[in-house]
Design a protein around this ligand. Structure first.
Ligand SMILES: [Zn+2]
Length: 272
């Protein structure tokens, strides 16, 4: 299991609760253990125009305050803008991830969902980037500012779309998926399926339970059966009063199953 430490860098938006991020992150998967460190209130003055901070400056600050913490990966979450229009990135040593919530209000989808969901999405995508780059041979010399594998500049509504516009992030969060190119790269590098599943769960951890349930179960034959039973029951209800008395208990039973079974699946998918 990989230990991951989340740290607030400077003041944060009121709507973002990092404790909620940690709870959801730990609940959604079993490969990484997240914990929340004390916030770092002061990160110095911005170094670039428009109040932006160089990635390395924030990352170095984060590393220097590590203390006795033995976490393998540090994640800094900040409301400061990162130079140059970066929303999130990972350092070349693969030990530090920075996520910025600057200008997040420009994205309508994020406005409607949650800030925590956005942070979880970015955490999942960058942890998977780290797993890939650790295994990739020859090694990728990806500086934080570079669009390096498994990211790509093509817009494929993939979690690894390297977008330069904030408004595109929400589309990825609302419908998180991985394109064939990125999937093939992970497969070729030999990234374990358990890690892909864990990071995918993190990416999706911000979605509402119903959406997560639908996503997890959409390809499951039992779910399709249950949905068919549900539809059948609805149709059954319509003709309930007109059918013979001996058919009525069957209709009631399928109605009960149609409600209880999806509820059970929903519970299971939450506890995963
Ligand atoms: Zn892709």
């Amino acid at each position: 299991m990989t230990r991951v430490r989340i740290v607030q860098l400077g003041p944060l938006q009121e709507q973002l609760n990092l404790r909620e991020v940690v709870i959801k992150a730990n609940r959604s998967q079993g490969q990484y253990i997240f914990h929340l460190a004390a916030p770092l209130e002061h990160v110095g003055e911005p170094t670039e125009y428009d109040g932006q901070y160089k990635f390395d400056l924030l990352a170095d600050h984060l590393q220097s305050k590590r203390g006795n913490d033995t976490a393998q990966i540090l994640i800094g979450v900040t409301d400061h803008a990162i130079y140059d229009q970066m929303f999130s990135a990972v350092n070349s040593e693969l030990t530090c991830i920075l996520i910025s919530t600057a200008d997040i209000e420009e994205d309508k989808v994020i406005q409607k969902t949650s800030r925590a969901g956005y942070v979880l999405f970015e955490i999942g995508a960058h942890l998977l980037t780290i797993e890939y780059r650790k295994l990739k041979k020859p090694k990728i010399k990806g500086e934080p500012e570079d669009c390096a594998e498994p990211w790509h500049k093509e817009r494929l509504t993939c979690i690894f779309d390297w977008d330069e516009e904030r408004r595109h992030t929400g589309q990825k969060i609302a419908s998180p998926k991985m394109c064939a190119i990125s999937s093939a790269l992970l497969y070729e590098a030999g990234v374990a399926q358990t890690l892909i599943d864990a990071t995918t769960n993190l990416v999706r951890a911000g979605l509402t339970p119903i959406r997560t349930f639908l996503r997890n179960q959409a390809r499951d034959p039992i779910t399709i059966l249950i949905l068919a039973a549900l539809l059948g029951s609805v149709a059954g209800l319509k003709v309930f009063s007109t059918v013979s008395w001996w058919l009525q208990p069957y209709i009631l039973l399928s109605l009960a199953l149609a409600v209880l079974l999806p509820y059970r699946f929903w519970q299971l998918s939450r506890n995963k």
